[in-house]
Design a protein around this ligand. Structure first.
Ligand code: GLN
Length: 223
């Protein structure tokens, strides 16, 4: 038997639902325990990001299903294969809720495949590959070519004290086009590899694989 409608909505049909006290709760928790940062956990590099975030005082949370998004303040999209992650996001039912959070302004940090997923346009992708379009970039997959499939580069990051950062690049994308709203923070061979647009930071390299915490610090500094 179907329970009566009124039982589900004691305030009566048509009455607006009580306003949840969530924003204050979230602010209080952030002050007490650091921001709760989701890490998309459909492929690799999750533990590495979690370790860096925890060391910097954030609370890492693995995200595998839509329920895991509840209460997170920001989201990290790690490396992997962007084509595979794009399919896994859809089959996990995560595509729409993440897209909605991003368009609400949730801060996000994408590394390598995560950068591709957050970009507006992907070149050399699969025809069915989707992206969130949260940052106005066109990125080319595996763009550094075979001979440089993986390499390290010393990166001068705009405005970052303490000298260059060691960037670990693994079959990395680079940026072919950056829109006018995008801030380029570092480049390799004239191609942007660290960019920010509003609350979204993207890196073509893997800052979670070096001992340097400063790129994650840039991300957390914006929360
Ligand atoms: N080449 C991968 C892709 O196109 C990215 C590699 C990585 O994340 N390390 O998605």
């Amino acid at each position: 038997m179907v329970p009566p409608e009124a039982g589900r909505n004691p305030a009566g049909r048509g009455a607006p639902p009580a306003r949840p006290a969530e924003p204050e709760d979230r602010a209080a928790r952030r002050a007490a325990a650091g921001p709760k940062v989701g890490i998309l956990a459909l492929q690799g590099d999750v533990q590495e990001h979690a370790a860096v975030l925890a060391e910097l005082g954030a609370e890492p949370v693995e995200v595998r299903s839509p329920e895991d998004l509840a209460g997170i303040d920001a989201l990290v999209l790690p490396g992997g294969e962007s084509t595979t992650v794009s399919l896994l996001l859809a089959s996990a039912g995560l595509w729409e809720p993440i897209a909605a959070r991003l368009s609400d302004g949730m801060p996000a940090f994408g590394t390598c495949a995560g950068m591709i997923l957050l970009a507006r346009e992907v070149l050399d992708g699969r025809s069915d590959q989707r992206t969130f379009g949260a940052v106005d970039l066109a990125v080319r997959r595996n763009a550094f070519g075979r001979q440089r499939d993986s390499f390290e580069a010393r990166l001068d990051i705009a405005g970052l004290p303490g000298g260059p950062v060691d960037g670990v690049f693994i079959r990395a994308p680079f940026v072919e086009r950056a829109g006018p709203g995008v801030e380029v923070l570092a480049e390799v061979d004239g191609h942007p590899v660290l960019c920010r647009q509003g609350p979204v930071l993207v890196a073509a390299f893997h800052p979670e694989l070096s001992d340097d915490l400063r790129v994650h610090q840039i991300f957390l500094g914006g929360l």
